[in-house]
Design a protein around this ligand. Structure first.
Ligand SMILES: Nc1ncnc2c1ncn2[C@@H]1O[C@H](COP(=O)(O)OP(=O)(O)OP(=O)(O)O)[C@@H](O)[C@H]1O
Ligand SMILES: [Mg+2]
Length: 292
């Protein structure tokens, strides 16, 4: 065939709805008919104020809501796995467990909640590697050490031996990123990964994610309420309000020419974006991408 192959999305979400039924009988439509896609290697930001449904989307994609009988999910979540295209809402629990932590990984706002306090950082990363790769324990530990070295930790060998409470918040977040990336996922869902950190460390973690993304070419769904971060990291952004995606556009376009009143309001509420706008006014065309 002479036609160039059209790129298929890595993730294609169609009309996703998530409803929680509360004990009181009240029904919360947390996510309503949301559709979007993520191309391989693309960084897509999911922005919106608190309670707009961002984390719920992440949890739905990761299969974390499937065991909850008070949750109803509708729609299609097509994910291009290494063994073909699958609907993440329909695959078995077993298949989901296999994907999670290997092709699909998530990092959370508070790394302490996803690290086990009674195991060392090294053993937790090695364990994660062993769960998805047929390698010996010593090889897994070597890989864990190698990964920690690449995460910019000052003393990776010492960090390997440390328990989560013995290292700083920024180091814990690095370790968590290490765990998430240990199996080279095609898609990383990052849910407010730097909100709990101070500004300097936040910048370091964002730089780290950008560097790792360039190297691994993974796609990232970056959940945040911080539009400054969106400008810094994302190719495209989805703006959420009350469970719905109200606008989606390449970041530059969204910032320079927001279409929806909600997006305009969101943008005008962020003073630090003015600096970005000034900077972007000097550039013609899309955001510069290093290495191209
Ligand atoms: N397990 C749950 N049970 C019941 N309601 C829930 C549950 N999880 C989320 N919700 C509700 O769903 C809505 C969306 O919540 P979600 O956590 O996805 O928002 P968010 O955009 O991630 O907010 P934030 O920026 O504060 O993290 C909210 O009304 C929330 O109260
Ligand atoms: Mg959230």
């Amino acid at each position: 065939m002479s036609m160039a192959p059209r790129k298929t999305p890595l993730l294609d979400v169609q009309d996703l709805s998530v409803t929680f039924r509360l004990k009181s009988g009240k029904v919360v439509d947390a996510v309503r008919d949301v559709s979007f896609s993520v191309m391989p290697g693309e960084i897509v930001a999911l922005v919106g104020e608190s309670g707009s449904g961002k984390s719920t989307i992440g949890h739905a994609l990761m299969g974390l809501l499937r065991y909850d009988s008070n949750v109803t999910m509708k729609g299609r979540v097509q994910f291009e796995t290494r063994s073909g295209n699958q609907d993440l809402l329909k695959i078995s629990d077993r298949a989901m467990r296999k994907l999670r932590g290997s092709e699909l990984a998530m990092i959370f706002q508070e790394p302490m909640s996803s690290l086990n306090p009674i195991y060392t950082i090294g053993s937790q990363i090695a364990e994660q590697i062993l769960a998805h790769q047929k390698v010996s324990k010593s090889v897994a530990r070597e890989q864990a050490l190698d990964l920690l070295s690449r995460l910019g930790l000052p003393n990776p060998a010492k960090t390997m031996q440390s328990y989560p409470h013995q290292i700083s918040g920024g180091m814990r977040q690095r370790a968590m990123i290490g765990m998430a990336l240990s199996c080279d996922p095609g898609l990383l869902i990052a849910d407010e990964p730097t909100t709990a950190l101070d500004v300097t460390i936040q910048a370091q973690i964002i730089d780290l994610l950008k560097t790792l993304q360039k190297r691994t070419k993974m796609a990232i769904l970056f959940v945040t309420h911080d539009l400054g971060l969106v400008a810094e990291i994302a190719d495209r952004a989805l703006v959420m309000n009350a469970g719905q995606v109200v606008e989606q556009a390449p970041v530059m376009e969204l910032f320079n020419d927001p279409k929806m009143p909600y997006t305009k309001a969101l943008l005008s509420a962020v003073p630090r974006l003015r600096a970005f706008r000034r900077k972007s006014a000097d550039l013609s065309g899309p955001l510069p991408v290093e290495g191209t």
